[in-house]
Design a protein around this ligand. Structure first.
Ligand code: DOR
Ligand code: ZN
Length: 336
């Protein structure tokens, strides 16, 4: 059995910089036509110069493959409308992190008072720059996303013309919120479709499955699966593939992030086939994102074949992927 995917898009990707960028960028560029690149570098991407030079480094690292890095700016509440206008053509969205909630988010926002954030959000709304949000409070780890839903609702209600993307949703509550507000959208990762907290910590601790937001309960995964498998029109694939060097994962104080970019399409094909939903995979991995963001990525056809694929244990001796050393039921036959 063979399927073709056209212009796969990864609408939430961490590419890092320097050596890690050189390792991971070609892996995404091999099978994806484009990706929305997250700005949580050290220091975060907050200026036009940083955006432009980071995009150049990504393009160089992708080694001539047809791949469009769609850039994001790290949200700051003191951006002026003039500044936003000057970077509008360099970005597809702005990413908002609560301070300290995840990897390299220390410079994020301390609170969600509209008096603080309203000026920037109003300007984004007028300029039609979507807002991507890491939606977690500082509460108990399993409740952080659920507690954040009222904040999403407040933002959606107060800025009805602002597209708000709930990034990497992990709960039934977030899936339900999607249908309450026209301007709320969501990305779903590969790993949150496969795992629950049990897979992370139910037996021996699995550091390579540890991420933020943490994987939740079976009923949450079921709600995510339903939304993805039917390719809910407001849901897009965003891997949140987040590479960390092996020694940062297999350590006390394990870094958060699951590295999935090179195996994402194979594992999605496996999942959609098992649930008899292969016909919806194209919408989930591309068409929905093209429509929501209004992008037109470079043509790329990826042919996947149902035949065993042994996932590498590690890439470049540095970064360990999800399903390392395991066999997936689908492999990439060609991409181009
Ligand atoms: O697990 C995560 N890792 N979640 C995030 O939100 C950020 C990411 C990273 O950058 O490592
Ligand atoms: Zn992320």
């Amino acid at each position: 059995m063979v399927i073709a995917l056209n212009e796969p898009l990864d609408m939430h990707l961490h590419l890092r910089d320097e050596r890690m960028l050189e390792i991971v960028a070609p892996l995404s560029a091999e099978t994806f036509s484009g990706a929305l690149v997250m700005p949580n570098l050290v220091p975060p991407v907050t200026t036009k110069e940083a955006l432009v030079s980071y995009r150049e480094r990504i393009v160089k690292s992708a080694e001539k493959r047809d791949f469009t890095p769609y850039m994001t700016l790290f949200f700051r509440s003191d951006y002026t409308p003039e500044f936003l206008e000057s970077v509008k053509s360099d970005i597809l969205a702005i990413k908002l992190y609560p301070a300290g909630i995840t990897t390299n988010s220390e410079g994020g926002v301390e609170g969600f008072e509209l008096i603080e954030l309203g000026g920037v959000l109003e300007a984004m709304s007028e300029l039609q720059i979507p807002l991507c949000v890491h939606g977690e409070t500082g509460g108990f780890v399993m409740d952080r996303e659920k507690e954040f839903i009222p904040i999403y609702e407040k933002l959606a209600k107060n800025f009805p013309d602002l597209k708000i993307v709930m990034e990497h949703i992990t709960t039934k509550s977030a899936v339900e919120a999607l249908d309450r507000f026209e301007n709320l959208y969501a990305t779903i990762t590969l790993h949150h479709l496969y795992i629950t907290l049990d897979d992370v910590a139910g037996g021996l601790l699995q550091p390579h499955l540890f991420c933020k937001p943490i994987a939740k309960r079976p009923e949450d995964r079921a709600a995510l699966l339903q939304a993805a498998l039917k390719a809910h029109p407001k849901v897009m694939f965003g891997s949140d593939s987040a590479p960390h060097p092996r020694e940062a994962k297999e350590a006390p104080g394990c870094a958060a992030g699951v590295f999935t970019a090179p195996i994402a399409l194979q594992a999605l094909a496996q999942l959609f086939e098992r649930h008899e939903a292969l016909e919806n995979l194209q919408s989930f991995v591309s068409d929905n994102a093209k429509r929501v963001y209004g992008v037109n990525p470079p043509k790329k056809e990826v042919i996947l074949e149902k035949s065993p694929y042994l996932v590498p244990e590690i890439y470049e001796g540095c970064v360990v992927p999800m399903f390392a050393g395991q066999s997936l039921e689908w492999r990439v036959l060609s991409a181009g």
